[in-house]
Ligand binder design. Structure first.
Ligand SMILES: [Zn+2]
Length: 342
């Protein structure tokens, strides 16, 4: 399957970071506005600095791109524009439901609070949803290197903005920093009734997944690559009904797997686990969700039935109420029926 063919299929994106999805041309505009110097002055020349090469295989090289452009995201209006354009790009790629995540504390400074950043980003997502007609939810990321106080504040902000587009909470950042110490923040999230997804089993082993599902009671796991090392845990996670947000190209670029032969996606799927395909950081990886579907189809010889099952797993795992999930399922099923008729 080609990426163009996959683009015509309805898709569900559950794991995408707003800050890893900014167009190079937008970074240039924002840098000019904020008086920030980037290593190039036109989008094509900037690309190698802010987008990894297809051969990238180390987390260090992957993260270097973020260091290059990160200051630009603090420019006033940056996250709102990035969020709006992310929805535009996802809709153009055939995504019908997007859950976009970000940690608003990372753009907070003496001119804007985390709440300001959160509200601006939510506004951008909402404008994008209205302009494109796709459904969009926001996931607030707690961040492992931040203090207990800041993560608890982020948890409170997520809860108080649940009626303004926040649909869930994530824990991101270097996995060697455990999540369990942020017990107060997770308690706030649980009491507030928002569901949790947690980055686990990407850089660290199965123990990070055990913490996520047992201690923190996450209903979705970001990456979960380490499930390949523990069949018993994989079976238990499947029994719990936890959805795994897989990000194939991102896992290659960060070195989480050396090749797709090592990726557990297909084995988990065959074992009945709810696995989904996602982009993680589409601009940094230089990919679209259609690229990921086409890649999976080519790697494991999937046809339309397989891809439909994968996209429906995303609809079932989406942070929507039952009605919302049903409507999304119908939209996906109708789109695949149309694709088969072509
Ligand atoms: Zn991620």
């Amino acid at each position: 399957m080609t990426e163009a063919e996959a683009r015509r299929l309805p898709k569900v994106e559950l794991h995408c970071h707003v800050d890893g999805a900014v167009r190079p041309a937008t970074l240039l505009d924002l840098a000019a506005k904020g008086g920030i110097t980037l290593p190039a002055t036109d989008a094509e020349s900037l690309r190698p600095y802010v987008q990894v090469s297809p051969e990238c295989r180390t987390l260090r090289d992957f993260l270097t791109t973020f260091e290059t452009f990160y200051p630009v995201l603090e420019v006033a209006g940056a996250m709102e524009r990035a969020a709006f354009e992310l929805v535009e790009d996802m809709a153009a790629d055939g995504v019908v439901h997007l859950e976009a995540r970000f940690c608003p504390a990372l753009q907070a400074n003496d001119r804007q609070s985390a709440e300001d950043v959160l509200r601006a980003t939510l506004a951008g997502l909402e404008q994008g949803a209205r302009a494109t007609g796709i459904s969009v939810g926001a996931i607030v990321c707690l961040y492992r290197p931040l203090s207990h106080a800041v993560n608890s504040e982020l948890a409170r902000l997520a809860i108080t903005h649940a009626d303004r587009g926040v649909v869930g909470v994530d824990l991101a950042g270097p996995e060697d920093l455990p999540g369990a110490p942020f017990a107060e923040a997770f308690e706030i999230v649980r009491e507030g009734g928002l569901p949790l997804t947690i980055h686990a089993g990407e850089a660290m082993g199965p123990e990070s997944i055990v913490e996520a599902v047992d201690t923190l009671v996450a209903t979705r796991i970001g990456h979960g690559v380490a499930l390949r090392d523990d069949a018993e845990l994989a079976a238990r996670v499947a029994d719990l009904g936890v959805t795994i947000e897989c990000c194939l190209t991102s896992n290659l670029h960060t070195g989480a797997v050396a090749s797709l032969d090592e990726h557990p996606f297909d084995a988990l799927r065959r074992a009945g686990q709810a696995v989904t395909l996602n982009t993680d950081d589409p601009a940094v990886s230089g990919i679209t969700l259609s690229h990921e579907l086409a890649l999976a189809a080519d790697t494991w010889d999937y046809g339309l039935d397989d891809l439909e099952q994968i996209v429906l797993a995303g609809a079932d795992g989406a942070f929507l109420d039952e009605d919302g999930q049903r409507v999304l399922r119908e939209r996906v099923t109708a789109g695949f029926e149309a694709a088969r008729a072509r």
